[in-house]
Design a protein around this ligand. Structure first.
Ligand code: AMP
Ligand code: GLY
Length: 420
């Protein structure tokens, strides 16, 4: 089978590496891909948001399965368009992808169906938003743009001044565009965060092994929120007991809620959870694999990923046994200096071999280009250096040993992944 993977980050590279282990795959395309991905798959110069371009390419090239990995094309209906053209696609359709694309939708879904989450109110104008926050007078308070915002649409305001700045940024300056037409103001929760990705066909839901992201840019959980600076799997806080509770109070109720709304979800559903003193609560849903969660979860998957893609699409997930490796996996993101604010591109990366790897690790490329056999930075997050081990300590030690072999001018990474 020929497979097309949509996107061009570290997560997509992790998907491709897993697909390369499948006996059912002859050829992998990635659109648009990146320098490192090009060593494992054929990069196709079509932007991830170009639905017509993608359908045409898949048809012309006899693609048998498309994995729509990023949030924007899912929210824009790429799966609907591919399926309508007779091309099997992994991922939720447009209606189901709303669970990530609109926070107002997902919060209302949770309220209606009694799924534990932070208390909240929705507003569509700055004056009402600020009047509510002033009246509440409870800080920190959390302000979220309704729509997709590259992981930057959540602001935790410590005081009224910061709340005013956040509301101005989102609702008046519209830095996230129409995503800021509405905001959710919600209660600030505390506790360890856990990411749980799950495969689902709309009837059956099979959670993957758990993971933990490190969202802040700097050591000690300081600095700005990023797309994620590193991950570990499993998440040490996520016990079997908590997993059972989440299945009962969050995962299956979410699946049923989506069915009740007429939006059955097929694909990978991501639960961003917080283990609060009052029990596990949902911080956010994503309609896709997390990045960099996929980089530590997928390496632990033993079952053929193509079989899973087909089972989620065909509604036969109940018949498929999904098997995971024991042990642990760790991923350290190497980023451009300055990320997540402004950073330079086009800086030569030293220490990688001709296929973009180093010995003793798997290097997932997030933002690189390859020119004349050399790799250059081409994004905020550049590489995800990943290792497995019998224990988390071993995985982390190996990952940091591999990180030490790679460098470029201005490289920035966290030294405390798995420890903070
Ligand atoms: P999100 O993009 O919704 O995952 O939010 C980004 C980050 O903001 C989360 O990973 C949390 O660390 C934090 N966050 C979001 N909502 C809340 C909340 N209600 N209480 C505390 N922290 C939150
Ligand atoms: N790592 C968080 C996300 O993929 O949204």
């Amino acid at each position: 089978m020929k497979i097309l993977v949509i996107g061009g980050g570290g997560r997509e590279h992790a998907v491709i590496r897993k697909l390369m282990e499948s006996s059912r795959v002859d050829k992998i395309y990635c659109a648009p891909g990146n320098g490192g991905i090009g060593c494992d798959a054929e990069n196709v110069p079509i932007q991830a948001s170009d639905i017509d371009g993608m359908v045409a390419f898949a048809k012309e090239n006899g693609v048998g399965m498309v994995c729509v990995t990023p949030d924007d094309p899912l929210a824009a209906g790429m799966v609907d368009a591919l399926e309508a053209a007779g091309i099997p696609a992994f991922g939720p359709n447009r209606a189901a992808a709303q669970i990530e694309a609109s926070k107002v939708f997902s919060k209302n879904l949770m309220k209606t169906h009694h799924i534990p989450t932070a208390a909240y109110e929705v507003f569509d104008n700055p004056a009402d938003t600020l009047a509510y926050i002033r009246k509440q007078n409870r800080f920190p308070t959390v302000i979220k743009a309704d729509g997709l915002a590259l992981g930057k649409g959540v602001i935790i305001a410590q005081n009224m001044q910061e709340a005013e700045d956040a509301v101005r940024t989102i609702m008046q300056d519209k830095v996230f565009g129409a995503s800021g037409n509405q905001v959710v103001v919600e209660e600030f929760l505390t506790g360890p965060e856990v990411s749980v990705l799950a495969f689902t066909d709309g009837k059956t839901l099979k959670p993957m092994v758990s993971s933990k992201d490190h969202k802040r840019a700097l050591d000690g959980n300081k600095g700005k929120n990023t797309g994620g600076m590193g991950t570990i799997s499993p998440n040490p806080f996520y016990t079997k007991e908590i997993a059972d509770e989440c299945m009962k109070t969050i995962f299956m109720p979410t699946l049923k809620a989506m069915n009740a709304e007429g939006r059955p979800f097929k694909g990978c559903l991501y639960f961003g959870l917080m283990l609060t003193p009052d029990g596990p609560k949902v911080i956010e849903y994503n309609s896709r694999f997390g990045d960099p969660e996929a980089q530590v979860v997928l390496p632990r998957l033993k079952t053929d990923l193509v079989d899973i893609f087909e089972a989620t699409r065909n509604g036969t997930l109940d018949k498929l046994d999904i098997v995971w490796k024991d042990g642990a996996c760790a991923c350290v993101i190497m980023a451009s200096g300055g990320y997540p604010s402004s950073y330079r591109k086009g800086i030569e990366i030293h220490g990688l071999d001709a296929s973009g790897q180093v010995s003793g690790a798997t290097v997932y490329h997030a933002g690189t280009v390859k020119k004349d056999g050399r790799f250059y930075t081409n994004g905020g997050r550049v590489l995800g250096v990943t290792c497995s081990g019998d224990t988390l300590d071993i995985a982390l030690e190996k990952a940091y040993a591999a990180v030490d072999k790679i460098t470029w001018d201005g490289v920035q990474y966290r030294h405390d992944i798995g420890r903070a």
